[in-house]
Design a protein around this ligand. Structure first.
Ligand code: NAP
Length: 323
């Protein structure tokens, strides 16, 4: 099978399309024919080891001290179960599934074997594999931080900094689903997109510094990493919270003792994937796809995502073979 080999940390040039042996499922595993995977900001940070300050050693310990431990890169996938190990009960041959491999990686490939207990569930109906894979990274992050950590609910006001990225576009839609009034922060060219997803107000960061405005928010989600709690404090209501998903290790540790600060890493579970599927099927969350590349073009996709200006998600489509 074809897959994207990842043998060292560095620029997108370290990624190469190579032939690998097609894997065989163990007794508790399924083999998935992957139709689509994605290239996220997380993939790019990992590839280049450009992680928030303090996480450098932890990331190397998790993914390989000198060089990547896993031979194939990529986390999110949408595809079809081709066959199963003898103990598998949760899936059957032909099931269309979507999910994430987490730190096991290996999703930028034609096939992958995963335990039936991994973060893998039936894919949302009536959308393509490209659309299904595009909602996973931002959707799971939004569910974890907004629903589970900030406990958002109707009548609250939320400001989303970085509203046009994968996390931002999913967060606007999830916050709208829970009834919140959303303000999005993005650049001029993304104002229309952010409004169309449900933001009531939009602040164009090229013209206005949102930390200087006089409004109050119950939640501020910083998906960019360019503001601190002290800058946001005057914008937060009494019980308001700043969610910082790009914080350095020290800020993460301090947040344990701060009532108005939420940091950490998004949880990737079957429950959250199922909740995301329900939201997609109900039309509450839709995929925002910026560009679609072929597997062969993965390094090029990484170069694009590295620029930090994608709108929503970048997808690797297995159907795009000849591009
Ligand atoms: N802690 C966790 O568990 C967790 C989970 C998921 C993601 N993350 C991290 O969160 C970050 C965001 O992820 P993502 O997938 O949303 O990234 P992304 O899709 O690459 O974000 C790109 C978007 O950010 C916008 N942007 C850039 N600079 C901005 C600024 N100064 N103000 C407002 N918007 C700006 C860009 O819009 P313009 O083109 O208009 O500039 C672009 O649309 C990444 O660093 C990722 O690693 C953390």
């Amino acid at each position: 099978m074809k897959a994207i080999a990842w043998t060292k940390y560095g620029t997108p040039d370290v990624l190469q399309l190579k032939d690998f042996d097609k894997p065989s499922p163990k007794d508790n595993e399924v083999i998935i024919k992957i139709h689509a995977s994605s290239i996220t900001a997380g993939d790019c940070r990992l590839r280049a080891l450009k992680v928030p300050m303090g996480f450098w050693l932890l990331t190397r310990l998790a993914f390989g001290l000198i060089k990547p431990r896993r031979p194939i890169i990529g986390m999110e996938l949408s595809g079809e179960i081709e066959s199963l190990g003898k103990d598998v009960t949760l899936f059957k041959k032909g099931d269309e599934v979507y999910g994430t491999t987490g730190i096991r990686l290996g999703a930028n490939a034609e096939y992958i074997c995963l335990s039936e207990n991994s973060a893998l569930v039936k894919k949302p109906n009536d959308i393509s594999h490209d659309q299904a894979v595009a909602v996973i990274f931002g959707g799971l992050t939004a569910i974890h931080f907004l629903r589970d950590k900030a406990n958002i609910k109707g009548t609250q006001k939320i400001l989303i900094n970085g509203a046009s990225g994968a996390v931002g576009t999913a967060s606007i839609q999830l916050a709208k689903y829970f009834g919140l009034e959303v303000t999005g922060v993005c650049s001029t060219s993304n104002v229309g997109l952010v409004k169309s997803l449900g933001a009531k107000d939009v602040i164009d960061y090229t013209k206005e510094d949102f930390t200087k405005n006089k409004k109050n928010y119950d939640v501020i989600l910083d998906a960019v990493g360019n503001v601190s709690l002290s800058q946001c404090k005057k914008l937060l209501t009494n019980k308001g919270k700043l969610i910082s998903i790009n914080a350095n290790l020290l800020t993460n540790l301090l947040s344990i003792f701060q009532k108005n600060m939420i940091c950490g890493v998004a949880d990737e579970s079957k429950d959250n994937l199922n909740f995301l599927r329900e939201r997609v099927e109900a039309g509450d969350i839709e995929a925002v796809i910026d560009r679609v590349y072929s597997l062969r073009e993965t390094a090029e996709a990484h170069r694009y995502v590295d620029k930090g200006h994608k709108k929503g998600s970048v997808v690797i489509s297995m159907e795009n073979k000849e591009k």
